[in-house]
Every structure is written in structure tokens, then in C-alpha cells.
Ligand binder design. Structure first.
Ligand code: DC
Length: 229
């Protein structure tokens, strides 16, 4: 059976990682959460007081930062220099700074290089902002996921409440709007839909409906790939 690369891009909190995780489980593919890599880098910068205008300090930090993923109890878990940081990278402090860090060209260069290295063979699902445009422009299936800002805020707010995070709905809304703005207006590889990406609005779709639509797209992409080989 043919294995392909599946790129899922879209705005913050529109369900990319939930879709990417279930899809990778269904297909037996590996999953790369590229947002987690920018978050782990941000956590390192916060902990080491790296000034985001100091290119030398940034380059020095990037040389030391090592990010990898492991499956722990069936969950994709992010490690920063061998420390499990899966919880720490989801904090509001990291969420508030990550878009600024992800806009730094040196940071993007390193992350993109690592992502391309990690997914050298086929059979990967990657989610992020620039997967279909920059990281894997030749991915066999590209999905651009969207949902209304109200729905995205509602989902992220619920998720944070379930984790007992003290935060208001308007703080979540503000964070998402702030990140959407920076992610889509930055100079270096801004968030945009690749011309050949399939737009999927999941505002009114439940997870099962969404998965079933995407599995159909996967089958078509695999069939097209098989005729090319
Ligand atoms: O998907 P996420 O919310 O965990 O991503 C965190 C931030 O990282 C997001 O605000 C933008 C940035 N990001 C990026 O610039 N490129 C990617 N491929 C993935 C994430």
C-alpha cells in the first residue's frame, strides 16, 4: 500500500492536532506536531531570558536546543533536551510569546530543517502553519483547516478549563486573534493556504464527520500517487 505525506495547516485552535493525531492512528502513520517544536523553543527562550532582538543569543540557543518526540502511554510527547515538556509548552506564558518566536527567520530555518529530516520517508502526518507551503510543498495531500473564531475560542476555552487553567473566554479570544494576526502577517513563511490545499471548514462538523471526509481524501491521494509510480 502506498504511504504519503499529509500536511495539515490552519489557524490556531481549529482542531489540526486532534485531526492529525486520529488520522495518524487510523493510518498507522507517524505524527509530527510542528507547533510543539516552536513552543519548546519558546519555553527555552523564556527560561533562559533570551532577548528576541539578540540574533547572536538566538543562534547560540538554537545550537543547544534539541527537540524530539516520544510516545508515552500512547500519547505523542514533546521533549526539550531530553526533558518531558509536554505540559509546560501548553502554558499561557508560552502561548502568548510563541508567535513572536516563530516569526524569527533563524528559528524557522532550524525547525523546518528538522521537520524535513524527521519525515524523510513517507507515512507522516504533520500539522502546522507552513507545512504545505514550505516544509513539504510536494506533500501528496494538503488540507487547510478552518473554523469560525467563535467556535475556535469556545473549543480552546473548554480544553483549558478541563485542565483547570485559570483563564477567561476573552483572554483566550485575544490570544487566538493575536496569534492569527502575527502568524499570517509575518514576513518569513506566513500562514496561508497552499494553492493546491483542500479547504475544510469544520465549524459545523463533529470529529467523526471530519475524519470520514479526510479519510476519503486520503484514499484519493493514495490512488493518484499509485498511478504516478
Ligand atoms: O499549533 P500551535 O498552536 O501549537 O502552534 C504554536 C505557534 O507556533 C503558532 O502560533 C504559530 C507557530 N507555528 C508556526 O509558525 N509554524 C508551524 N509550522 C507551526 C506552528
Amino acid at each position: 500500500m502506498y504511504s504519503i505525506i499529509i500536511a495539515i495547516d490552519g489557524y490556531s485552535a481549529c482542531g489540526k492536532s486532534t485531526l492529525a493525531k486520529t488520522l495518524s492512528q487510523q493510518l498507522g502513520y507517524a505524527y509530527i506536531d510542528t507547533g510543539a517544536m516552536y513552543r519548546a523553543t519558546t519555553l527555552y527562550f523564556i527560561r533562559h531570558n533570551i532577548n528576541l532582538n539578540d540574533n547572536q543569543a538566538i543562534e547560540a540557543a538554537l545550537a543547544i536546543i534539541n527537540i524530539h518526540f516520544e510516545y508515552l502511554d500512547g500519547l505523542n510527547t514533546t521533549f526539550l533536551n531530553d526533558e518531558n515538556v509536554e505540559q509546560a509548552i501548553r502554558s499561557i506564558e508560552v502561548s502568548n510569546l510563541v508567535s513572536e518566536v516563530a516569526a524569527i527567520p533563524a528559528v524557522r530555518r532550524k525547525m523546518v530543517q528538522q521537520q524535513q529530516q524527521m519525515a524523510k520517508t513517507k507515512g507522516f502526518v504533520l500539522d502546522g502553519r507552513d507545512i504545505g507551503t514550505v516544509v513539504f510543498p510536494d506533500a501528496e495531500l494538503k488540507i487547510f483547516l478552518t473554523a469560525s473564531i467563535a467556535e475556535r475560542t469556545r473549543r480552546r476555552f473548554k480544553e483549558l478549563q478541563q485542565k483547570n487553567t485559570i483563564i477567561t473566554y476573552s483572554e483566550v479570544l485575544e490570544n487566538l486573534q493575536h496569534r492569527d494576526h502575527i502568524d499570517s502577517t509575518r514576513k518569513d513563511s506566513p500562514l496561508r493556504k497552499a494553492d493546491d490545499a483542500i479547504l475544510l471548514d469544520n465549524t459545523y462538523l463533529n470529529k467523526e464527520e471530519q475524519l470520514s471526509k479526510v479519510l476519503t481524501l486520503v484514499e484519493s491521494a493514495k490512488a493518484i500517487t499509485s498511478t504516478k509510480q
